[in-house]
Structure formats: C-alpha cells, structure tokens
Design a protein around this ligand. Structure first.
Ligand code: TUI
Length: 318
C-alpha cells in the first residue's frame, strides 16, 4: 500500500491510530506501530513527566515510528511540546486548536507535524505554516469535534491544499478507508475501532459500552461551552444536557465534566463517566488484536475498491 503518508511517516499502511486521552497509551500505540500503522500516545491533560514515562515505555516495545498527540487545550501543552523536542519524537499530531506557535521548533528537529483540522480555512493556514500533512476530522468522530462531516470536509480540503490529507471520523473498516481514498485522502486516522483491541489496556466496561453501542447511541454535549464532545449516551450525558438546557454557565458545566473520562476509562464507571466514542461505534462488534484489525481493514479496502470498480465498469459499458 503506497501513499505519500507511508513515505512521510516510514510506515507500511497509511493507518494512524487516533490519540485518545487516557486510552492511547504506549501499549496500544506500540501494538499499532508493530502492526504496520502509526501508533500514537495521547498526552491529553497529562503533565510532561507522565508522558516521558510513556515515551520510555514505547521505545522498549517497538523500534518502529510512533507519534504523540498533543491536546492544545491542555494546561501542559507547552511542556509536552518541550518534551517532544527534547526526545525527538518522530511524529506529532495535534488536536483542539492551532499548533502554529510550535511548528518551527518541531521542524528544527525534523518531527513530522500532523494537525487535526475541522475546516478548510485551518487546513490552509497550517499548510502555509509548514506542516507535513493534515488530519481532516469530521463530526462523526468521538471526543472533541467540529461541525462538518468527513464526507463533505475531506474533498473540500483535498482541493485546497497540496500536502497529503488523512481522513478521520467515521472510519472503522476497509469500506470506510476505500471511501476516504476515493474522496482524495491518502491516509486514515482510526480511533474508536482501536478502543476495542486486545492491546488497549483500559477498563473492560468501556470496551463493552463501545461494543454494545448502536448507530444512534452517541450524543454531542458541551456545544454551549464552545467545546462540543461526542460521547455514548448515559446518565452523565443526560445530566450534562439537562444542565446545558437550564442555561448553566461554562464554569458549572466544566465542573460536571471534570475527571469524568478517567472515571470511565480507568474505573469502568460507564454510567457516571464520560464514554467518548465516534458514531461508527455501531460497526464495532468484536475485540481483536491490532494486527488483525489492520490486516482486515487493508484486505477489506482492496475488496471495496474491486467491487466499486466492477460497478463502474458495468455502468460505463453501453
Ligand atoms: O482533539 C480532539 N479530540 C478530543 S480532545 C479531548 S479532551 C477535551 N475535553 C474537553 C473539552 C475539549 C477537549 C477529547 N477529544 N480531536 C481533534 C480535533 N481538533 N477535533 C476538532 C479539533 C479542532 C477544533 C478547533 C482543531 C482545531 C480547531 O481550531 C480552532 C482554531 O483555533 O482555529
């Protein structure tokens, strides 16, 4: 499988694992990298000393390239970026903001920079600033999201930038990967599917919640705070919605959300915790190892291409 993304990142398959706070640890990232994709450790809201240990761990688990996802709303974003530069981490993905002020430092150590963007405007801005590729994420994704769908956003960004585009949001199998490539993407970022992997070392309750989720089981909370977040519906999401409807201020809403991702991921409290997942959760039915997940996605993508090709051929021969 050859794309500019494979060459850029020195990986076998253009599949990047989503940086999911608390979920994307060194163990998961190493398993994805060892399977030919790009594993990514999520820094989330963790301080640099915690992420330094994750970097030490992944270096013991794989010799392949890996990335760190920097959540730009984190109070520790600056110190995480300092750590990335010091450790010469091969790839950085960013989320929830514009990474502009960090680009020069990352480029000076040849770290590849892949920002997540929710719009054409930000994609163009970061291209101009010198990033290596953009991860174009649709609103189908889990966690913090933008407004537009993957289907409409990917081709619009592809038409406006020259750097490679990685599609994200709503992709969990080879059909989704083939569709993303048809839209002009050269890689995919996959999060939700990897939650239900053997090597993802979170509480089993969280995995079971994703496996059980059906097509309409996610909801977006926090629109009124300016930080919309897609989660699986539960007691907490209902409380959050009620509080938002009552006109509560950002402070009160943020207080309700504080510490709730840890509660579900680490403690397995999937009623009172925040269970972030994408709309594609309904497609995820089984826990498998990362190498099986990737192998199946790649095989299925080729099959999807062939079947679409046969369809076009049939309809073009008059
Ligand atoms: O970042 C994510 N997903 C996340 S971060 C997260 S932790 C969190 N918790 C509570 C509130 C907010 C975050 C959970 N899930 N995905 C990547 C992503 N980035 N999605 C959307 C964006 C984004 C949004 C606006 C990227 C850039 C952006 O730019 C605004 C600007 O400054 O121009």
């Amino acid at each position: 499988m050859n794309s500019r993304i494979c060459e850029l990142l020195d990986i076998e398959y253009p599949i990047i694992q989503g940086g999911m706070a608390w979920i994307s640890t060194a163990e998961l990232a190493a398993a994805v990298s060892n399977s030919g994709g790009l594993g990514v450790i999520a820094a989330g809201n963790a301080p640099a000393d915690v992420i330094k240990k994750e970097i030490e761990k992944i270096k013991k688990l794989t010799n392949k390239p890996y990335g760190i996802n920097v959540m730009l709303l984190s109070p520790f974003a600056d110190e995480i970026m300092d750590l990335v530069v010091k450790e010469k981490v091969p790839v950085v993905t960013t989320g929830a903001g514009n990474p502009g002020k960090y680009i020069d430092a990352l480029k000076s150590i040849k770290t590849k920079i892949l920002p997540v963007v929710p719009s054409v405007a930000l994609a163009k801005r970061v291209e101009k600033a010198g990033v290596d590729a953009v991860i174009v994420e649709g609103t189908e994704a889990g966690g913090h999201i933008g407004e537009l769908t993957t289907m409409v956003l990917v081709p619009q960004v592809v038409d406006e930038v020259n750097i490679p585009v990685i599609a994200a949001g709503g992709i969990a199998d080879g059909r989704g990967m083939a569709a993303a490539f048809t839209l002009g993407a050269e890689g995919v970022q996959i999060g939700t599917r990897f939650i239900c992997s053997k090597e993802c070392n979170i509480h089993d309750g969280y995995k079971q919640a994703v496996l059980k989720a059906k097509d309409r089981d996610t909801v977006v909370t926090g629109r009124s705070t300016g930080h919309p977040v897609r989660v699986i519906k539960n007691k907490l999401s209902k409380e959050f919605e009620k509080l938002e409807k009552s006109g509560a201020g950002i402070e009160e809403l943020e207080k309700l959300g504080a510490g709730k991702l840890r509660l579900s991921v680490v403690d397995g409290d999937i009623k009172n915790g925040s269970v972030m997942a994408g709309q594609i959760a309904g497609l995820v039915k089984e826990i498998k190892s990362c190498d099986k997940i990737i192998e199946e996605i790649v095989k299925e993508a080729f099959e999807a291409y062939e079947s679409a090709g046969r369809f076009y051929l049939k309809h073009s021969v008059k």
